[in-house]
Design a protein around this ligand. Structure first.
Ligand code: NOJ
Length: 584
């Protein structure tokens, strides 16, 4: 596997059942009325601005019925753990009925629960138990494509005259056996699949079993909003929107520009300019925002927005703050090297160049090797992870974290192609071993299968590291990564400057230590310093230009070996050490 893989690489170059939930005029009118009452009143200091959102890959979190696959009842059984960690919301990757080719990102029914994960009653119980603990539930909404087993596609494929034909992207080939153009799937090879039934090709940005919906057809949009309303009515707090930059393709169907070199699947590199981040997507985002605004309770829209730069990211908030509240910033968390200057510049950008909107940082997810593989040096991995957690929780960002980050779970890719579960790994082997390595079962304790399942066949093997890297061990150890996460999250909640203060980068020419100040009027400021090197560093700050003349700081958190108490004239930091102090 390429340890620096950032998914999806290409994007960086830069139901029948559902039909019954389709938007009705009455829905829309009710939405408009509710919207005028709720949206304006609720946007000021909303929950998601300060939230810690915890991504759960349900298949891998906790198995309650012993079949080796994590499930909803498993998540419910661990809800107190999440509460104690300080989590405000959980994002569940897709739990809808699905053939599971892409482990749920291939949806065959948007308004149900896959039996592998439980029932709708299990889901309702999870939402209710979470609510009792002030934890919200965010769903994953996959709008770009469905499963090829979704009734919409089955109808669409059946004949050229089927009313659903135009719900997907059907085109003629260039010639016999030749796809319409050179567009490629993010998962390797041509993005076109031939269907002999009608002698045409359909477009799929992802797997062949994930045909793209045609977002130029208003009926697709209306049907999708029906699905969205179904879950909003059930009380979900919002959606993480899968792959939204790929909703539209250029109607010219021209070839994309070929770039030098080949990708990890051996295909020529192409520029993605006709299939990614087309401007038409913004109207759809505004329409969706209108739908969610129609419901009370500050529902939130989070975007899976791999974008080439901050200017493109800003557009996703909407010119009038009317698109996504939280398009993910992938620029900070996926730098993939510990370069102070680059971190500082990207943090500065996401702080200042997104038009006063709220940043959302993320360092890890189910599509990329975990932090150990992208940032670790093999010797100081835990220290490095403490430092990265500090950037996530002590900047002004809404914090999105991935299950297992808090205990330092390691990326554990398969070693034999026959063990690979993620099809990407089979197409790309051995250059690309797929995403199994970052999806291994949660390591709860030192018992067999790490407490993930009572069965003996977890869907992916539990890595050997579970014997020492597990929740039960780390709860007991005051200096564990898990306790660092808990304390940081608590500090971010309770300290007024860390909770909502503005951020000022400090010592901006330092190439070894990244530091910043958080300040909220009438409250003591907080200084944060992170040593980005494997050697001890000593730093000093002069904050007089910020109106801070007293040099004494009270330690709020520090890694072992950092100064305590600290004077701004000399703060000592051990390798990859962190100091967080409150000015006196
Ligand atoms: C992004 C998701 O995070 C990934 O897991 C999935 O394979 C693709 N979108 C396609 O839905």
């Amino acid at each position: 596997m390429n340890p620096k893989r950032t998914f999806p690489a290409a994007l960086l170059v830069l139901s029948m059942a559902a039909a019954s939930h389709a938007t009705t005029a009455a829905d829309k009118a009710a939405g408009d009325k509710a919207r005028s009452k709720t949206a304006a009143a609720e946007t000021r200091d909303v929950w998601w601005k300060h939230a810690v959102i915890y991504e759960i890959y349900p298949r891998s979190f906790q198995d309650a019925n012993g079949d080796g696959i994590g499930d909803l009842n498993g998540i419910t059984s661990r809800i107190d753990y999440l509460k104690e960690l300080g989590v405000n919301a959980i994002w569940l990757t897709p739990i809808y009925p699905s053939p599971q080719v892409d482990f749920g990102y291939d949806i065959s029914n948007y308004v149900g629960i896959d039996p592998a994960y439980g029932t709708m009653a299990d889901f309702d119980r999870l939402v209710a138990e979470a609510k009792k603990r002030d934890i919200r539930v965010i769903m994953d909404m996959v709008m770009n494509h469905t499963s090829d087993k979704h009734p919409w596609f089955i109808e669409s494929e059946s004949s050229k005259s089927n009313p659903k034909r135009d719900w997907y992207m059907w085109k003629n080939g260039k010639g016999p056996g030749e796809p319409p153009n050179n567009w490629q799937s993010a998962f390797g090879h041509s993005a076109w699949q031939y269907s002999p039934k009608t002698d045409q090709w359909y477009y799929h940005k992802f797997y062949i079993q994930q045909p793209d919906l045609n977002w130029r057809n208003p009926k697709v949009e209306q049907a999708m909003w029906g699905n969205v309303r179904f879950w909003l009515k059930k009380g979900v707090a919002g959606f993480r929107l899968d792959a939204v930059p790929t909703l539209f393709e250029d109607p010219s169907l021209k070839d994309e520009k070929i770039l030098p070199g080949t990708n990890k699947y051996g295909d020529p590199n192409i520029d993605g300019s006709l299939t990614e981040n087309l401007p038409e997507v913004h109207k759809v985002m505004r329409d969706l925002r209108d739908v969610t605004n129609g419901f009370p309770g500050n529902r939130v829209l989070i975007g899976e927005t791999y974008l080439p730069n901050i200017q493109e990211l800003q557009k996703w908030y909407g010119a009038n703050h009317d698109e996504l509240q939280l398009p993910m910033d992938m620029q900070v968390g996926f730098i993939n090297k510990l370069d102070v200057n680059e971190f500082r510049q990207r943090i500065d950008e996401v702080e200042h160049d997104i038009g006063g909107n709220q940043p959302m940082l993320v360092f890890d997810n189910h599509d990329n090797p975990r932090m150990d593989m992208r940032y670790g040096d093999g010797k100081h991995n835990v220290d490095i992870q403490r430092m990265l957690a500090t950037i996530l929780f002590a900047t002004r960002s809404t914090a999105l974290m991935y299950y297992g980050d808090e205990i330092g779970m390691k990326t554990t890719p398969p070693t034999r192609i026959e063990d690979v579960k993620d099809p990407v790994g089979r197409t790309g082997w051995p250059n690309e071993k797929g995403r199994d390595g970052e999806r291994t079962p949660m390591q709860w304790d030192g018992s067999p299968e790490a407490g993930f399942t009572t069965g003996d066949k977890p869907w992916l093997p539990v890595p050997d590291t579970y014997k020492t890297v597990n929740v039960a061990e780390e709860v007991r150890d005051d200096d564990s990564l898990l306790n660092w996460y808990k304390q940081l999250i608590q500090l971010r909640r309770d300290n007024p400057s860390l909770h909502s203060g503005k951020l000022t980068l400090l010592n901006t020419t330092d190439t070894k230590v990244l530091s910043w100040l958080r300040q909220t009027p009438g409250q003591p400021a907080v200084v944060v310093a992170c040593n980005f090197t494997a050697e001890p560093q000593k730093i000093s700050f002069d904050l007089s230009h910020l109106g801070i003349t007293n040099k004494q700081a009270k330690t709020l958190m520090k890694t072992p070996g950092s100064s305590d108490p600290a004077s701004l004239d000399a703060i000592n930091l051990p390798p990859f050490g962190v100091y967080i102090g409150q000015m006196q």
